[in-house]
Every structure is written in C-alpha cells, then in structure tokens.
Design a protein around this ligand. Structure first.
Ligand SMILES: NC(=O)c1ccc[n+]([C@@H]2O[C@H](COP(=O)([O-])OP(=O)(O)OC[C@H]3O[C@@H](n4cnc5c(N)ncnc54)[C@H](O)[C@@H]3O)[C@@H](O)[C@H]2O)c1
Ligand SMILES: O=P(O)(O)OC[C@H](O)CO
Length: 341
C-alpha cells in the first residue's frame, strides 16, 4: 500500500514524488502516458519533464490510475488545471472519506471561473474527502535538486493544513499554513498572468524598472480582485502572492515568463505554446482573470492589456503605452489597506 499517490507525472508531480520519497514515504506516481511511465521506471529519471533529477526507488510510476491510488491516504493532484475536473471524475470511485486530496495545480476553471478547490469539492462531494492546497514559489527544477524552498499549505480545517505541512516539511522544503484558500488559490493563478505580462516586457527589451513596476502593480491588482472575492489582502503579501510573483517573473525556469518573452519578441501565441512542450497556465488564467475583473467590477489593467495582447492581437508596444498613460491614480488603495488621506 502506498502512503501517497501523486497524480500527474509532469515536472511538478515528479519533483513532489521525489521529495516525498526522500522523506521515506512510499509514493506511487501516476501518468497517463504509458511509454513515458515505462521510460521513467527504466531510467529512474523523467527525461522530458525533469531531466537530471534521479528518481528514488521509493517512487513507483504507473499509468494505471486505480493501481496508483492503492488505498493511499494522501492524493496529490499535479495535472494542469484544465484537467482537474476530469481527473476528479475518474478518481471519485477510488477514494475514501478520510482521504486527503492536495491540489498543487495553479489555475482557475475558465468556464465557471471557479477556484480549483471548489471544482474538486464539487466533483468529490459524495465522498467528502479533506481538501487542501499546496502553493508558493517553487520551481520543480529547484525542488528536485533540494534547493531550499518555502511554500504554503491551505485548508478549511487547521488540522488538515497541519497534516499537509507535516507531510511535505523537510530541511529543504519549509511549509507554512494559511486558512485563506481564496487568497492562496487566486495568488497561484493570477501570478502566472502577471508573469506573462512581465515576460512580454522582457521580450520587448525593457529593463529592471519595468519588471519592478509590473510585479508591484501586479500584486496590487491581484489583491484588489482577491479582496472583492473574499480573500485576506495580507495573503498577497506572502509566499503565494508576492513570493510566487517574484519567482515566476524573474526566473528562466518559468514557462509563463518564457512564453511571455517570445510573445514580446513577436512570435504568435499558438507557435509559442506548440514549442513549449509543457503547460503554460497563465494563458487560460488570463481569460479567467479578465472575466473575473469584469464580474467583480475591479480594475486589473495589467491583466486587461495582457488579455488584449494574447487574445485580440493587440501589439505589445501599444499595450505598454496604454498602461503607462491610463487614467492617473494614487498608489495605495483604500480597499486593501483602509488608509485614507
Ligand atoms: N513545474 C513547476 O515548477 C510547478 C510548480 C508548482 C505548481 N505547478 C503547477 O502544477 C501543475 C502541473 O504543472 P507541471 O509543471 O507539472 O506541468 P507539465 O507540463 O510539466 O506536466 C503536465 C503533466 O500533466 C499531464 N497531463 C496533461 N493533460 C492531462 C490530462 N488531461 N489528464 C491527465 N494528465 C494530463 C501531462 O502528460 C504531463 O505529464 C500546473 O498547474 C502548474 O502551475 C508547477
Ligand atoms: O513555470 P511556471 O511559470 O508554470 O511556474 C512554476 C511555479 O508555479 C513557480 O512557483
């Protein structure tokens, strides 16, 4: 019997499986592609998604979903956000009431605009498992190589968040807890939108001033939407807000930033996505965030301009001019801080 089943054998699922196996847990890693799974078991390395990281023998990879779950108490979801609902429908008959489902995907459901924990809760409602999220600044390439990293576990119940904290916590992987699921999940999804925008600015050849402006004004619009949706604004000042923004907007590991750079250089979106070979969550998240900003009546200028560039063929340079010259305003918003002149 496995202790943990990690569903999704891409970069993140593999890195988390490696981390848990190094802690001594028996881990089953499920991937839908049987050839890739066979290769992973043979080479003890995920050659496409996480090259150079040795997979310990505590990890057993399989393409059989039922076999992977194997009565595991903890199930980690590490597939792209657009496939979370479909995966939950497949596992609902395989889990127990006391199972802990830990979502690690960062995104929103594009049609319903729901957060992923809401999607999971809906699909698994007959079993009522415990649901948690794990999020924060954490590139698989670094976690797989034991580079010190700090993230956040969130859940409605403190005891569940603390269980997840204990499960993952290691000398190289520090886990905090936070009850603010709305803030954690919106932070994880929206930072990818700002990273695309920041990448576009890099692709246009702009500098560090531009990046600092986009990161800082990015967290302002993320928090503004978060507050309207019921989040704690302070969550956006934490690891799942500014922390994940910094790592995604500055690192060459980030697929969202790299995709943005290419778009800024004039390469069409379809071509960029076709060549990436990995998920670029920020593209779908941009459409969802743009719709949420309208739904809540919250201005999100960077998200809006990123949406125009990605989906309406607006020239990135024009988007920058429109951002710079939009209606002048003051910096600190009452909605976030209650500070008034
Ligand atoms: N890579 C990271 O550093 C990192 C860190 C934190 C969170 N995340 C999040 O984890 C999630 C997964 O990202 P990733 O980096 O592992 O992506 P990836 O592109 O590296 O791998 C995705 C994996 O999911 C599989 N997959 C795709 N569609 C599927 C479907 N419909 N059903 C089942 N499997 C499917 C692919 O075959 C692949 O194995 C994303 O939401 C991402 O934002 C990634
Ligand atoms: O490679 P990205 O842009 O999907 O970012 C990966 C992680 O979310 C960073 O925390």
């Amino acid at each position: 019997m496995a202790d943990v089943a990690v569903l999704g054998a891409g970069s993140w699922g593999t890195a988390l499986a490696v981390l848990l196996a190094k802690k001594g847990f028996k881990v089953n890693l499920w991937g839908r592609n049987s050839e890739q799974i066979d290769s992973l078991n043979r080479a003890r390395e995920n050659l496409h998604y996480l090259p150079g990281v040795v997979i310990p023998h505590g990890v057993t990879a399989t393409s059989d979903l039922g076999e992977s779950i194997d009565s595991a108490k903890y199930i980690v979801l590490s597939v792209p956000s657009h496939s979370i609902r479909e995966l939950c429908r497949k596992i609902v008959g395989l889990i127990e009431e006391e199972t802990v489902i830990i979502n690690t995907a960062k995104g929103l459901e594009t049609d319903s605009l729901k957060r992923l924990s809401q999607v999971i809760e809906e699909e698994l409602s007959v079993k009522k498992p415990h649901i948690a999220v794990l999020s924060g600044p954490s590139h698989a390439e670094e976690v797989g190589r034991d580079i010190p990293t700090a993230v956040v576990a969130g859940a409605h119940k403190r005891q569940v968040a603390e269980e997840v904290q204990d499960l993952f916590m290691s000398p190289k992987f520090r886990v905090y807890t936070n009850p603010d699921l709305i803030g954690i999940e919106l932070g994880g999804a929206l930072k990818n939108v700002i990273a695309l925008g920041t990448g576009i600015a890099d692709g246009l050849g702009f500098g560090d001033n531009t990046k600092a402006a986009l990161i800082t004004r990015g967290v302002a619009e993320m928090a503004r939407l978060g507050v309207a949706a019921g989040a704690n604004p302070l969550t956006f000042a934490g690891l799942t807000g500014i922390g994940d923004l910094v790592v995604t907007c500055t690192s060459m590991h980030s697929r969202n930033r790299r995709a943005g750079i290419q778009i800024g250089q004039g390469i069409p979106l379809e071509e960029v996505l076709a060549n990436m070979g990995m998920v670029v969550e920020g593209v779908k998240a941009t459409a969802a965030a743009f719709a949420l900003s309208k739904k809540y009546g919250v201005p999100m200028p960077i998200t809006t301009e990123t949406y125009h560039v990605l989906f309406e063929n607006k020239k990135p340079k024009e988007a920058v001019v429109d951002l710079m010259l939009r209606m002048k305003t003051h910096e600190v918003e009452e909605v976030v801080t209650n500070l008034k002149w």
